[in-house]
Ligand binder design. Structure first.
Ligand SMILES: Cc1ncc(COP(=O)(O)O)c(C=O)c1O
Length: 117
């Protein structure tokens, strides 16, 4: 649902890219917390194999520090808020608090659609 609402970003990006430089972007880069802004811009371009879609996650004190917010890079599959995705969780499935100096990036899960990709 969030992806659907945010997809206006991708539609507008395509429109402006065509208008300003007459073609699609080569690369789309998004900073991922929950992944909604990433899917918002990516959704419009998922079928375009010539557009590279790149996400960046917060590494915090490092991916091996246990203090980061890199759910795609270091998470494991689980269910949170009723959705299966990658999660920062311990061996018993309890959520591990993510860490980033970017408050909006501190989410222990990530979009199911990004997890599936
Ligand atoms: C600047 C910035 N980038 C990325 C994000 C993460 O957004 P999302 O949760 O849509 O992945 C946020 C969230 O607040 C943000 O403020």
């Amino acid at each position: 649902m969030v992806r659907e609402f945010q997809s206006v970003i991708g539609k507008e990006t395509r429109r402006q890219a065509m208008e300003k430089w007459g073609g699609k972007p080569d690369v789309l880069l998004a900073c991922v917390g929950s992944g909604s802004n990433a899917l918002g811009i990516f959704h419009e371009f998922i079928g375009d194999e010539d557009v590279r879609l790149i996400v960046v996650e917060a590494a915090g004190f490092g991916l091996d520090s246990g203090k980061h917010a890199a759910t795609l890079a270091r998470g494991e599959v689980g269910v949170y808020h009723g959705a299966m995705s990658y999660l920062l969780q311990d061996d018993e499935g309890q959520i591990i608090g993510p860490h980033s100096i970017g408050v909006g990036l501190e989410y222990p899960g990530v979009s199911p659609e990004l997890s599936f990709s």
